[in-house]
Ligand binder design. Sequence first.
Ligand code: GTP
Ligand code: SPV
Ligand code: MN
Length: 586
Amino acid sequence: MPSKLEALNQWVEQIAAHTAAASIYWCDGSEVERERLTALMLETGDLHALNPETHPDCYLHRSHPSDVARVEHLTFVCTAEREDAGPNNHWMAPAEARAKMHALFEGCMRGRILYVVPYCMGPIDSPLSRCGVEITDSPYVAVNMGLMTRMGAAALARIESEGHFVKGLHSIGELDPERRFIMHFPESLEIQSYGSGYGGNALLGKKCHALRIASHQARGEGWLAEHMLILGIQTPRGDTHYVAAAFPSACGKTNLAMLIPPEGYLRAGWKITTVGDDIAWMQPGPDGRLYAINPEAGFFGVAPGTSASTNPNALAMLNRRAIFTNTGVTADNQPWWEGLPGMPSKDWQGRDFDPVNGPAAHPNSRFTVSAKQCPSHSPEAESQAGVPISAIIFGGRRASLVPLVMEAEDWSHGVLMGASMASETTAAATGAVGVVRRDPMAMKPFCGYHFADYFGHWLSFGQRGLKLPRVFNVNWFRKGADGKFLWPGFGENMRVLEWIIARCEGRAEAEATPVGTLPRLQDLHLDGLGIEAAALDQLLAVESGAWETELGEVAAFLRELGPRVPSELHVELERRRSALRERAAA
Ligand code: GTP
Ligand code: SPV
Ligand code: MN
């Protein structure tokens, strides 16, 4: 008997029969197993070994060229009532979705091994953690789940003792974009994904479980499942503040989570530690503060742009025991992407590199690696209770308008700030890149229920008598007239974090504006930064007219979400709009 849990065995048997799998393999998460599956994939060509001297135990996976990113147009939330999924999700009636998926899965694993992947999102012994089982016919998915989650025997033991788990069913199918769907059934805690092997579509513990399903559960249970990094900031006085930050896909979470402070800060005794780079589950603790865990155990990070100058911590963790997906390679078989020194020899499709074909690495090429390999990895990532959050930061890619940093007046204003977020689209999802769209709390692709209800859930935390974090908004991506970024970003973002922490400690000055409270130039620590005064003025400017237009668009966006939007949010927004009008008139 593979498991002590009869319901699990029965489900596996039933899927194996329906998909006509050749055999069933229960993953135990051991090192021997990882080696065995890796050897198998080297044989089938799913993986290519990289240079064993420079990159021991590192492999390259080249995906199908049409299967390189999340597919939001093929991702559905299948609630009984259409309204519950909201206008922010694609919806399909559960019965229709089940019938469609039943037909696709029928016989799809003929000749293939069915892998049973038990996993735990969060530390194995934490009451905040949740478990799932993914059935997949992809050994690449099984091995990636081994890096990204607590996968195997310990997770299975927890599932057996709890008696319930999120059911995830996945097949790469034919990798045909016409036969590709990612279906979520939040009301019965099920996920069915067909036709893609790409991360967010196929590693079901990540976006499907830890965000879409978990956000739905969190609403019912009074907690938050968010698209947020978690980092620790140790101050020269020796205390540590934890910060959670929501930026949309490919907008800088991994980079901020692993930040190395500029030299002067290091000398003064500042230190950054990494708890997570993509997802945070947050819950009020007994002291009324919000406590966060990172449900993941690894990083599935964007490769292009990762370099010794932008993210040395990431580079240092990627020289062993890592999987690269859709990067290029150098002549001596090292992984290569735009931003690294040297030259590519082959591109992400395995062709001889030719700039005519575009970049050598796919813009959404990624690495998978255990979080423990990161030099800034925080031991608190294993904490059962999670870490107390002092500040929540929202941010996006905005070439204009949005200042470098501002603080919300209070929790309701902070919720409005998050709900008002917009950002340029990136290569993390298929479709146009660089188009500004509304992406509230960086959850547009990931919220498993109606955004109006989601905003209401966020606001409800303000009514629970909690010691909530302060809320901020940042923008590293403001551009000047020459089209270049005004702010150097990366390690220099420490200067903004310092002000944020000082605000949390009640030590920093600022100036209130209708859209948020901003530091004045003298409130930021800017020595040695070497950017022009005019650029700094632009980065810290709040232009009334342009903001009136922006908030008019936010009002239209909230109206489009319909009558379920809490009136408190409308009131908060109108207060800001009339203050802007008064300011413009003055
Ligand atoms: P997902 O994994 O898709 O959720 O993305 P992420 O939010 O973790 O994004 P990541 O940190 O991987 O950054 C994506 C891209 O933005 C990379 O190419 C980075 O080099 C770039 N980037 C990150 N931080 C900064 C910054 O401070 N300034 C600038 N200009 N670019 C940045
Ligand atoms: C994102 O797109 O936000 C990611 C990568 O973090 S994926 O897991 O593929 O969704
Ligand atoms: Mn993400």
